[in-house]
Design a protein around this ligand. Structure first.
Ligand SMILES: NC(=O)C1=CN([C@@H]2O[C@H](COP(=O)(O)OP(=O)(O)OC[C@H]3O[C@@H](n4cnc5c(N)ncnc54)[C@H](OP(=O)(O)O)[C@@H]3O)[C@@H](O)[C@H]2O)C=CC1
Ligand SMILES: CC(C)(CO)C(=O)C(=O)O
Length: 349
């Protein structure tokens, strides 16, 4: 394995919208190597057809970057190099399967950054792939607030700017003084240098609180927009939809405060309501990622959003009927009007 500080590649697993955005941003800021991991052979043909470059379209103008390395799975070389830096940008539910073929290349000298919506993936990865602590990589979590979508396999539109917040995801990754992180790890340095990403590094407790806040927002906006087949803004503009959103939020807030009893103020009803209303307002014309998945007939990330709260509620013996009903409807890709769902949830709670 190359020593830290040299041109150690950053590997990207999950070459979708976010994977391309991160790879492009890293390549734009530095000639250091970025390696795509292709999980299917057809990506090689598409890569060649698109000129072995990643193209970013911002406000109608396009910019292409090349010089990436690619590896296709299953690896042909008998002993592929260990991986020191890995950024995972698959959908949450694909993560364990995506990491399996790389497991033997990851060890305690590796760092893995998970850039995904939802929570619960890290626990799954630890339980199924890294049971031996001595052999476990340093895990990082990130929240990306940019909005990106693809027009071709290696071309994406940078539709909304937004910062990237990253922090240590588990206690083993904590720096000596968690209040003052001084990360020197080469992956975090390169993310900081990539100005397009607008990266900030925060301590473990800060990233966890931010992840939980984002999770609440996603637990309200994503399933309701998917069930009502509406844009985000309608949830606050339509009084019946808003009443449903409040019921879901009230239940989720209780689960959250039971999980984190020391954060009663950060997770107060009013703080969370203001947050949901503000995000729904700022993204009013957005089609949420869950509604996009439902419309495209794809699997959704519901098990890592409302599903995460349901598992926590079960563990803590607090009510979760609203979250359960939303998860059922979304899993079956059913649509329902706001009056119908309000009646159902009101009789259940
Ligand atoms: N798009 C956005 O603006 C944002 C997305 N996010 C979050 O980021 C995550 C990724 O989202 P996004 O990039 O939009 O999703 P995409 O579906 O665009 O990308 C996921 C990629 O993973 C690939 N993949 C599937 N199976 C495997 C595997 N076994 N090994 C390796 N790669 C695999 C898929 O390839 P294939 O085509 O073969 O299925 C696809 O290219 C999600 O959790 C999302 O919620 C967060 C913030 C913003
Ligand atoms: C913030 C929100 C709801 C924006 O659409 C989002 O994260 C998503 O769609 O997944």
């Amino acid at each position: 394995m190359a020593p830290a500080g040299s041109d150690t590649p950053i590997h990207i697993l999950g070459i979708g919208n976010l994977g391309k955005y991160v790879a492009y941003s890293l390549a734009k800021s530095s000639p250091k190597s970025v390696t795509f991991i292709f999980h299917r052979k057809s990506l090689e043909d598409e890569w060649r057809a698109e000129g072995e470059a990643v193209t970013c379209i911002t406000d109608g103008s396009s910019d292409s970057r090349s010089g990436f390395c690619v590896e296709t799975l299953p690896a042909e070389s008998p002993a592929p190099e260990p991986i020191r830096n890995l950024i995972v940008t698959t959908k949450a539910y694909m993560t364990v399967d995506a990491l399996k073929p790389l497991r033997h290349r990851l060890n305690s000298s590796s760092s893995i950054l998970f850039l995904q919506n939802g929570m619960g993936v890290l626990e799954e990865v630890q339980n199924s792939l890294f049971r031996n602590e001595k052999d476990t990589p340093a895990f990082w979590s990130g929240i990306c607030s940019a909005g990106v979508y693809s027009t071709k396999t290696f071309t994406f539109v940078h539709a909304g700017r937004g910062p990237l917040l990253i922090g240590p995801a588990d206690n083993r990754t904590l720096p000596a003084n968690p209040a003052q992180p001084t990360f020197t790890d080469d992956m975090t340095q390169r993310l900081l240098q990539a100005s397009t990403l607008e990266t900030t590094i925060v301590p473990a407790d800060v990233i966890r609180e931010a992840q939980l806040k984002k999770l609440v927002v996603n637990a309200v906006i994503n399933p309701l927009t998917a069930i009502f087949r509406c844009q985000n803004g309608e949830l606050v503009d339509n009084p019946t939809m808003f009443a449903v959103a409040k019921l879901v939020l009230d239940e989720t807030a209780i689960i959250l405060r039971t999980m984190m009893p020391h954060l009663q103020t950060s997770f107060s009803d009013q703080t969370l309501l203001d947050l949901v209303v503000s995000v729904a307002g700022k993204t009013r014309k957005n089609t949420s990622s869950m509604l996009q998945d439902v419309n495209a007939g794809r699997k959704t990330e519901i098990d890592y959003i409302n599903g995460y709260f349901i598992r926590e509620a079960l563990r803590l013996s607090v009510p979760y009927t609203c979250n359960q009903r939303l998860a059922e409807l979304v899993t079956r890709k059913e649509s329902l009007d706001a009056d119908g769902l309000l009646r159902q949830l009101a009789t259940q709670t």
